[in-house]
Design a protein around this ligand. Structure first.
Ligand code: C2E
Ligand code: CA
Ligand code: CA
Length: 757
């Protein structure tokens, strides 16, 4: 664009220069022509004067010849002045008829030949010295062929009376009647005339030649728009003065007309250029702004405006080299929000976003400039404290502050909800630059994992022994994978001796009893166990989360369901079977058909099966999951909400998913008899369930007091170590038989009493 504009302006400039050049050339030519014209006119004048003075001279000569007395008496005689009228007549011929400014008849001695008035005499006296050379010139040139008709004459441009003039002298031979006079036959006179070139003559010239404002000046004092033509004396070439006029300059005229046009064109080009430049600059500005924005976005989180993982890593790398030399420390804290997902799911993403921003606000208030709070994605944040004193444990205060702040309720505008979340924090303290950033982040992650798995709402500082736990976890994961692979469809069977020994799975059953306090079994909950060759009997808490994380829960869950269904099929028909189900199982396509085919294979009526889902699992369920549950319920399978009260205890979920049973978490049951509010909470849950028409099971009953309270409060079913621990199938069968025996005995007693009566 710049090139285009420069080219445009250059072309315009060339056109302009060419126009100026052409204009000045044509001006020079015009000026030259005008000067020539003036010069020609002056030459014409000189010529005309020389012709005219011939004529006037001839007239004088004949006049003198006709009346020599005039000459005698009025010119030379003693009584000068008496023939004034005749002399004036001569003068007038020259001045009025021919337009000369003065005419004198002069003797060869340079005297006025005719009488003259005082004014004429005075004028002659003034001009005489100037004209004398002319006369003298004529005199010395005298011997001329008298045969020639032409009289000797001289015409010359000169300055007379201070004005530019053309002066002419013609010699006149005076005729004497006496024939011999003292002046002799050839008494010699000279007629001297002159005409001023300025005034009327100059007006005529300028009119004829079109010289605007022509004037005479003794010096070349022309204005900038005028030219001066020097008049030089014809004879001597002596400067007389200048004719000054405003020349007609066609070139300048053209330039004068072109200049505005070209200027406008130039202005337009320049304007266009600047407009384009302005736009270009604007778009460049916008471009760089959007580039800046893009760069900012690429290293920042859009929602919270916090630096992202990449920028966090940059800050981390920058702080490492100074630590050891300056004896400083840095700390990375990985912060993971608890229950964020629940808020997101129950109140929507807008509420989730608002919660994240509010959480960031609270965290930011606790850190100082120079610290980096970063969002790694989802509900995971990282805090870098890059410059701490070696002995400074302020990071613990900051992290505990964050835990405290985030555990306080958040009042959300979206959904007008007050929510409680919390967070877990994994910390790594850095002393030097000996570890790469990904190792440091891994360590923080290990600590965070430990914080989360050890109860949440905690902070855990990295310790190398944590790595052993991670390693142990990894080993357990591999063992579980091997176990599920080796044992195929039946991990409960002893694996082939040749295979690596990773133990076996077994389902334990915990009896569930009627809530009427009669001690009758209503069913059992299937709880999986792992007999590990080195670790012993593993409870599900040790390996279910690993199975969930690694996707192995699908096969594991299926195996438990099949095993339990097969076992339960041989139980009395009044006993129901509860099986725990993970969210990913519900989400899995075809789950419902799997369940139904397992039940039909095992020969267990669907109405005897109850699937237990935690609230977190319900939150994870999408529309397809809901449809799955719908299908299962339509076949008579019941759905129980496990661990009620520990998750998000949302009434809307109870209604939305058409839950059949609420399992009151053992954390509430354990409050019974220890804390006053325990009874209130449990009563409230029971009241709620009754209102909604849901069955209830109280979990974790360990004392008679708890049992009695729950029986009195009308809980549908009871479960807990007090009544029965989870036991292997063989033992559970004994319980069934025992109960049945007891029942049978009771029946027999009633019959005997009736008979005796
Ligand atoms: P859960 O569903 O809440 O099961 C009840 C847990 O509480 C069982 O632990 C049980 O042994 C324990 N328990 C029962 N009564 C008492 C009591 O009076 N006091 C105390 N302190 N504890 C009691 P367990 O067997 O270790 O199971 C832990 C969790 O593992 C279960 O919690 C369940 O969520 C999960 N789980 C067990 N088996 C499976 C399974 O096959 N699939 C899935 N997805 N999860 C399972
Ligand atoms: Ca359960
Ligand atoms: Ca439970």
């Amino acid at each position: 664009m710049l090139l285009l504009a420069i080219s445009g302006l250059a072309i315009l400039g060339l056109v302009f220069l060419a126009a100026i050049w052409a204009g000045s050339e044509s001006d020079a030519a015009a000026l030259d022509r005008q000067r020539h014209l003036v010069n020609d006119r002056l030459e014409d004048l000189v010529k005309r004067v020389s012709q005219e003075i011939q004529m006037i001279g001839a007239g004088y000569a004949s006049f003198l010849a006709a009346d020599p007395a005039v000459l005698e008496e009025k010119i030379i005689g003693p009584n000068r002045g008496s023939g004034a009228s005749s002399a004036e007549t001569f003068g007038k011929i020259a001045t009025t008829a021919f337009g000369y400014n003065a005419a004198f008849l002069v003797t060869s001695s340079g005297e006025l030949a005719l009488n003259a008035d005082a004014e004429t005499a005075r004028r002659f006296k003034w001009v005489r010295p100037l004209l004398q050379p002319l006369i003298h010139d004529l005199e010395t040139d005298q011997p001329q062929p008298s045969t020639s008709a032409a009289k000797p004459s001289r015409v010359q441009l000169m300055r007379l009376e201070g004005r530019p003039s053309v002066a002419g002298v013609v010699s006149i031979k005076g005729a004497s009647p006496a024939g011999a006079h003292e002046h002799g036959q050839g008494a010699q006179f000279y007629l001297v005339v002159f005409r001023f070139l300025d005034g009327a003559t100059l007006d005529t010239i300028s009119r004829e030649q079109g010289l605007a404002g022509a004037r005479y000046a003794r010096t070349a004092d022309q204005e900038h728009n005028e030219v001066a033509f020097q008049i030089a004396a014809t004879g001597s070439g002596e400067p007389i003065g200048f004719i000054i006029w405003e020349p007609d300059l066609p070139g300048s005229r053209v330039i004068g007309r072109l200049v505005p046009v070209l200027s406008i064109a130039g202005l337009i080009i320049a304007g266009l250029f600047f407009a384009l430049m302005g736009r270009l600059r604007k778009s460049l500005r916008e471009l760089s702004a959007s580039e800046h924005h893009a760069r900012h976005l690429s290293v920042h989180d859009v929602l919270t405006g916090l630096p992202n993982r990449a920028l966090f890593a940059v800050h981390l790398v920058q702080c490492l080299p100074d630590l050891a030399p300056l004896r400083r420390r840095a700390v990375i804290a990985l912060i993971d929000l608890d229950k964020f997902k629940e808020v997101n799911d129950s109140y929507g993403h807008a509420a989730g976003d608002e919660l994240l921003r509010a959480a960031v606000g609270r965290m930011s208030a606790l850190i100082k400039p120079g610290d980096t709070l970063s969002r790694f994605g989802g509900d995971e944040f990282a805090l870098l404290l890059p410059d701490l004193d070696e002995a400074d444990n302020v990071y613990l205060a900051i992290c505990n502050g964050i835990i405290d702040e985030l555990s306080k309720p958040f009042q959300l505008n979206t959904g007008d909800a007050a929510v409680r979340i919390g967070c877990s924090i994994g910390i790594v303290v850095i002393q030097d630059a000996s570890h790469p950033t990904n190792e440091l982040l891994r360590r923080a992650d290990v600590a965070l994992y430990e914080a989360k798995s050890s109860g949440r709402g905690r902070l855990v500082e990295y310790d190398p022994c944590l790595d052993h736990r991670v390693e142990a976890r990894e080993n357990l994961k591999n063992d579980l994978r091997l176990l599920l692979e080796q044992t195929g469809e039946d991990p409960g069977l002893q694996v082939r001796p040749s295979a690596a020994h990773v133990g076996r799975l077994e389902v334990y059953y915990q009896g569930v009893y009627h809530g009427d306090g009669s001690g009758r079994l209503s069913g059992a909950e299937a709880l999986v166990r792992w007999h590990h060759p080195t670790l012993g009997l593993l409870s599900p808490d040790k390996f279910i989360p690993i199975a969930e994380e690694s996707g192995m829960i699908l096969r594991l869950g299926e195996w438990v369901l099949r095993d339990a269904a097969q076992s339960a099929a041989s139980w009395p028909a009044a006993l129901s079977l509860s099986v725990n189900v993970s969210p990913s199982q519900i989400r899995h396509r075809g789950f419902e058909s799997h369940v139904l085919s397992i039940l039909s294979e095992a020969g267990l009526r669907p109405s005897r099966l109850e699937l237990e889902l935690t609230e977190a699992a319900l939150f994870d369920i999408d529309e397809r999951g809901q449809a799955t549950l719908g299908v299962l319920r339509s076949h008579g399978i019941r759905i129980a909400l496990d661990d009620f009260g520990t998750g998000f205890s949302s009434l809307s979920h109870l209604i939305q998913f058409n839950i059949d049973r609420i399992k009151i978490d053992r954390s509430f049951v354990s409050l019974l008899g220890t804390k006053a509010e325990g009874a209130a909470i449990v009563s409230a849950i029971l009241g709620l369930s009754r209102t909604l028409g849901k069955a209830t099971t109280a979990e974790g009953i360990e004392t008679e007091g708890q049992k009695d309270f729950l029986v009195a409060a009308g809980c549908s079913d009871l479960q807990g170590y007090l009544l029965s621990r989870p036991v292997p199938l063989s033992e559970f069968r004994k319980k069934i038989d025992g109960v049945q025996v007891a029942e049978d005995r009771a029946t027999m007693n009633v019959a005997a009493q009736t008979v005796s009566a």
